[in-house]
Design a protein around this ligand. Structure first.
Ligand SMILES: Nc1ncnc2c1ncn2[C@@H]1O[C@H](COP(=O)(O)OP(=O)(O)OP(=O)(O)O)[C@@H](O)[C@H]1O
Ligand SMILES: [Mg+2]
Length: 257
């Protein structure tokens, strides 16, 4: 349902440097209820592709479609609906949460913006429900907290709550758990897997973390220098990688540091 068809992104070079072709001819597909991962070394174009999927930057070539409808040709209303349907959960240190906003305000304002609920008590109820869906129990305990009064794992859960309160069909998660330590990471991943089952949300999950991909992803795309060099069901790619680059990535991931 959410697809890119041979999408490219060229960034203009600064001060006479040549342009960077950050993404070239990348075709991927995501759908509700499916956990799709994108892996690849630093600089391979993963975040650029994510930003194109999220309608944060335009593609230089190719198309992004949802249920066959081309993002580039959408009018205002459809575009707003697209942005609600495809939500982002980014890495916390990137400053995704405003330090001066309490949890209830941070989630409540997107509820109002997208017209999900109207009136104080309906908005409040939507916020409470979203917090409990991400396992923040009891939700009331967290409503008045500022981001700095939460742990890293709790902040990631708030970001997920802020996304799912809009009932997206796809969540694009760029390094969403990479900064968390192992047990916290496992908890957040459980929440994501649980939401896949309960709300039928689908993921485009971008990470360096191959063991995580192996555990949670249904399907995986491997990116190198802006291109998708391999794709397939996760089990198959891990069992029998066909591209030499995938083999190198897998071997590196198994090496002790
Ligand atoms: N706004 C920009 N202007 C110019 N070049 C950019 C811009 N954004 C990204 N790039 C370049 O595009 C390439 C891909 O970057 P991108 O951030 O998509 O990689 P990535 O796979 O997400 O890497 P990482 O794993 O380190 O997050 C890099 O060479 C990067 O320097
Ligand atoms: Mg990135």
């Amino acid at each position: 349902m959410l697809k890119t068809d041979r999408v490219s992104k060229e960034f203009r070079g600064r001060r006479g440097t040549p342009p960077v072709l950050a993404v070239r001819d990348a075709s991927i597909a995501a759908e509700p209820g499916r956990f799709v991962a994108i892996v690849g070394e630093s600089g391979s174009g993963k975040s650029t592709l994510a930003r194109i999927l999220l309608d944060l930057i335009p593609a230089s070539g190719g198309s992004v479609t949802i249920d066959g409808q081309d993002l580039a040709r959408m009018g205002r209303g459809d575009r707003m609906r697209f942005r609600r349907t495809v939500q982002a959960v980014l890495q916390d240190p990137a400053g995704s949460l405003n330090p001066r906003k309490r949890v209830e305000q941070a989630i409540g304002e997107v509820v109002r913006l997208h017209g999900i609920a109207k009136g104080r008590s309906a908005v409040h109820a939507a916020v409470v429900e979203a917090l409990s869906l991400v396992g923040m129990d009891p939700p009331e305990r967290y409503l008045d907290r500022f981001p700095h009064e939460l742990s890293g794992g709790q902040r990631q859960r708030v970001l997920i709550a802020r996304a799912i309160v809009l009932r997206p069909r796809i969540i694009v998660a760029d390094e969403a758990v990479s900064a968390l330590d192992a047990s916290v990471k496992a908890g957040v991943l459980r929440v994501m897997a649980d939401l896949k089952e309960r709300l039928d949300v689908g993921y485009v999950f971008i990470t360096h973390d191959l063991p995580v991909v192996r555990k949670v992803a249904d399907y995986v795309y491997v990116m190198k220098s802006g291109e998708i060099v391999e794709e397939g069901e996760t089990d198959e790619v891990f069992a029998a990688p066909s591209h030499p680059y995938t083999r190198t990535l897998l071997a590196a991931a198994l090496e002790p540091v």
